[in-house]
Write a protein that binds this ligand. Sequence first.
Ligand code: ADP
Ligand code: MG
Length: 351
Amino acid sequence: MAMTDAIVSVTGVRRAYGRKIAVDGADLTLSRGRILGLLGASGSGKSTLLRAISGLESIDAGSIVIDGQVVTTPDRRVPPEARRVGMVFQDFALFPHLTVAGNVGFGLKGRRDRDVVVAALLTRLRLADRASAFPHTLSGGEQQRVALARALARDPAVILLDEPFSSLDSSLRAEVREDLVRALRDSGASAIVVTHDAEDAMIMADDLALMDAGRIIQTGTPHALYTRPTSVAAARLLGPLNLVEAGVRQGLATSVLGQAATILPDGEAWIGVRPSDLRLADAGTGLQVRVESVGYAGKFRIVRVSNGPQTLSVHVDYEAPAIGATVGLAVDTARLLVLPRTGGGQAAVGR
Ligand code: ADP
Ligand code: MG
């Protein structure tokens, strides 16, 4: 991400509500024409940061620059309508008494080219045949496209979307998500998508920023973050994770699951491994473990195994062994993640 290409730059932004620090020195860069996913657990400060970028929220420290213009500092806040941002809210927030065309053209009142702009947006977002429909008659995906069209109407430099799928059933989600990505790509817009869902974030985003306790803890492509997280918190945000204790000596971390190279200094560390990167083998191969439980999760089974001190989750898409059986646990050591002890985490598992 070249700095010159930044359409949104957030530097050292802090926002507290009384004693509660919601955003704690966050840095973030959105590059022109890209989709940035802002992924974090509930309460990590995502919405507060997005509202600060939109101009709805003031900040206590730092600065926000949009398209070369300083729009927020602790002393000055350009109002939302005067900055080039378009917002898509969680529940879409469509005006129920206005038609699709009325919703899309809402921010263009008084503009002579209003009908032309609205018609072009409706065509672009495949809503032309719905122009005179009211929101309650639309599908979830259509409502979302209307919200996006309305956000695009004033030609924003950036579109901000806060949890755009949280009001949709999981059955609709994949389709609407695909639709939204396509619409964003077609519009050529730069966008920040806030979500707490790792799958949504990884599928939609070109770049990801991981947020934890008010800070951006790591940024990169989805693949880079998934395969090379630098902390337990980052690794956990992208999916379930097993942790076992490890010791580091001279660039080599050692654990019951095997050894892996690391740049961490000598001392204690964690070795993390995804449940999908572990395999059950015949007893006698690898680490000997006892099957504690088997759960069903649709496409795969979650098998919990223990070697006494440690319990680990294994995702298997083959036949699960019987509870109480002793089996071997095999792992491709290239998949082991060596993570520092600092940055949260305790031994054992996610799901
Ligand atoms: P997220 O969107 O990641 O769930 P938020 O930005 O909504 O997180 O909230 C971050 C933290 O700030 C939370 O602890 C939340 O309770 C607190 N917070 C957010 N908005 C307010 C507010 N208006 N007044 C007081 N506390 C708030
Ligand atoms: Mg939120």
